[in-house]
Each structure stands twice: as structure tokens, then as C-alpha cells.
Design a protein around this ligand. Structure first.
Ligand SMILES: N[C@@H](CCC(=O)N[C@@H](CS)C(=O)NCC(=O)O)C(=O)O
Length: 153
């Protein structure tokens, strides 16, 4: 009986990961662009040279909406960066394409909803639920990687 072709070779899992992860990176760029726009609209700049260019040193100040954008961005970094590692390694474990797609899609949708909930100030616990939806598949991938690694020690 021929050896089963790993899903990675048949090209279903890795492209799914690359698609979801790259879209999430673009989503982070969008948060950065929104942060810049909010800074301009609220006249709240991080650096004196920026404030001077836009009216005076008094505009080198913090703002609750800018801070919210920065928290959304930081939370992305805390969660999307680990996904870039976990999802890539997981893709090479030969998972079922359907299960892998489900993992990646949950991370993608969870993180998009998390950003919308954070920036849109949606009612709690929308943001926390979205965070959890994206975290569960990441924990699942981490456990599977640990399991596989432990078996190859
Ligand atoms: N660094 C996070 C760790 C926990 C976490 O990521 N919680 C999610 C769901 S409640 C969140 O959106 N935290 C808000 C944030 O990181 O700004 C925190 O300080 O809250």
C-alpha cells in the first residue's frame, strides 16, 4: 500500500496557513493606519516633532482613542506573532486539511472580530469571546506540536 501523501505535499494546508496569516498581518497594518488617522483627528502625537508640525508642542499628548488603538495593536502582537510560528510548524505535522482549515479560520475570524470589537468599543464580552475563539486553536496547535516533538526526542 502506498504511503499516504501528507497534506502539506498535496498543497492544501500550507496555502491555507499562508493565506490566513498574511491576511492577519495586513489586518495589523490596517490597525497601524487607523492609529495614525486617529492621532491626526484627535491631534495627539507621540513625538514633539510631529506635534510641532501639526500646531504646537501642546499636541504631544496621549488620547484615550489612540491608546485604545495601541492596545489593540499590542494584543495582536501578543497573539498573532505566536500564531505565525504555531501555524507554520503545525502545517508540517501533516494534519487533516479540514481540521487545519478549521484551526486557521477560527484564528483568522477571532482576531478580526477582536479588532472590530476593540476599535468599535463593542459591548463586553464580545472582545473576550473573540479572543478566546482565536486562542483555542492556537492552544490546540501548541499541544499537537509538543506531542509530536516529545515523540521524536
Ligand atoms: N495582555 C492581555 C492578556 C489577556 C488578553 O489578551 N485578554 C484579551 C481578552 S479580555 C484582551 O482583549 N485584552 C485587552 C488588551 O490586551 O488590551 C491583557 O492585558 O488583557
Amino acid at each position: 500500500m502506498p504511503a499516504p501523501i501528507p497534506a502539506i505535499v498535496s498543497g492544501q494546508v500550507l496555502p491555507a496557513f499562508l493565506l490566513c496569516s498574511t491576511l492577519l498581518i495586513i489586518k495589523m497594518y490596517v490597525v497601524a493606519i487607523i492609529t495614525g488617522q486617529v492621532r491626526l483627528r484627535k491631534k495627539a502625537f507621540a513625538n514633539p516633532e510631529d506635534a510641532l508640525r501639526h500646531g504646537g508642542l501642546q499636541y504631544c499628548r496621549s488620547d484615550p482613542d489612540v491608546d485604545r488603538c495601541l492596545r489593540a495593536h499590542r494584543n495582536d502582537m501578543e497573539n498573532i506573532y505566536p500564531f505565525l510560528f504555531l501555524g507554520l510548524v503545525y502545517s508540517f505535522l501533516g494534519p487533516s486539511p479540514f481540521v487545519a482549515w478549521t484551526h486557521f479560520l477560527l484564528v483568522f475570524l477571532g482576531r478580526v472580530v477582536h479588532t472590530v470589537a476593540y476599535l468599535g468599543k463593542l459591548r463586553a464580552p464580545t472582545r473576550s469571546l473573540a479572543y478566546t475563539v482565536a486562542q483555542l486553536p492556537c492552544v490546540s496547535m501548541a499541544l499537537q506540536i509538543i506531542w509530536e516533538a516529545a515523540h521524536h526526542l
